[in-house]
Design a binder for this molecule. Structure first.
Ligand SMILES: NC(=O)c1ccc[n+]([C@@H]2O[C@H](COP(=O)([O-])OP(=O)(O)OC[C@H]3O[C@@H](n4cnc5c(N)ncnc54)[C@H](OP(=O)(O)O)[C@@H]3O)[C@@H](O)[C@H]2O)c1
Length: 217
């Protein structure tokens, strides 16, 4: 996020907040996960590939009997996603879409050829998503945004670790998406989160918070 807590600016192009070294670190974290989740708005806004990029990390995963890159997961209430988005078309790995019940049939018709579409309830409850992913063999899930997804996972108390990278500039535009929205977070003045480490990576800083006893340093 930016110094003032934004994940993007209000323009249509994706705003790069991290530097190359940190993007490489993110690639390493991705490689350590079984699945990566982003909200549907992030797919529409950024058209992300969500792949492990470094060849040595892909080879390492293959050597461990894993797919080259983690399973991709998204959540949608409207199901209005483009089957030609890179989320669906890039990477020989399973793609999962948890769609709210009212749009489930339509989403299955639109995306069923490129993804597994699951009825996620109405509204989709992230704790149900996590339980279903566990049944599908996902032990370690990386949530990569956007703010709506961060808010739901954090307020549900489902997060074991928060990795927050702060970029050295301001966005200064309240039309832009924030790191989180309003919500009842388990960590407040009377329950401070545990800061596990601080690391400077070039001109950005990585803050790691241990949010459950499943956190592994
Ligand atoms: N800086 C970063 O690291 C980073 C990372 C990721 C994203 N971003 C930025 O964040 C912005 C997007 O963030 P955002 O907060 O607007 O959106 P988001 O979290 O990416 O996605 C929100 C969408 O997800 C679906 N959704 C979320 N919770 C749901 C639920 N419980 N049930 C059903 N559907 C649910 C809805 O999709 P439908 O609209 O399809 O119903 C909702 O509109 C973009 O600008 C992107 O560039 C930045």
């Amino acid at each position: 996020m930016s110094l003032d807590g934004y994940l993007d600016d209000a323009g249509s192009d994706r705003l790069l907040l991290s530097n190359d070294a940190d993007f490489d670190r993110v690639d390493e974290v991705r490689a350590s996960c079984d699945a990566i989740l982003v909200g549907a708005a992030t797919i529409r806004a950024d058209n992300p590939r969500l792949l492990v990029r470094a060849e040595h990390r892909r080879a390492d995963r293959e050597g461990r009997g894993l797919a080259l890159t983690p399973v991709k997961v998204t959540v949608t209430s409207r199901g209005d996603l483009d089957p030609a988005a890179q989320f669906f078309t890039v990477g020989d790995v399973e793609k999962l879409v948890y769609c709210a019940t009212p749009a489930f049939g339509e989403a299955q018709a639109r995306l069923g050829a490129v993804a597994t579409v699951a009825d996620g309830g109405d509204p989709v409850d992230v704790s149900v998503v996590v339980a279903d992913l566990a049944r599908r063999g996902v032990g370690r899930l990386m949530v990569e945004g956007g703010g709506t997804m961060h808010t739901q996972f954090l307020t549900s108390g489902l997060v074991d670790e928060l990795q927050l990278v702060v970029a050295p500039f301001f966005v200064g535009d309240s039309r832009a998406p924030r790191f989180v929205g309003d919500g009842k977070f388990p960590w407040g003045p009377g329950n401070r989160a545990q800061l596990a480490s601080v690391r400077q990576i070039g001109d950005v800083v990585l803050l790691r918070y241990a949010l459950s006893d499943r956190f592994v340093a």
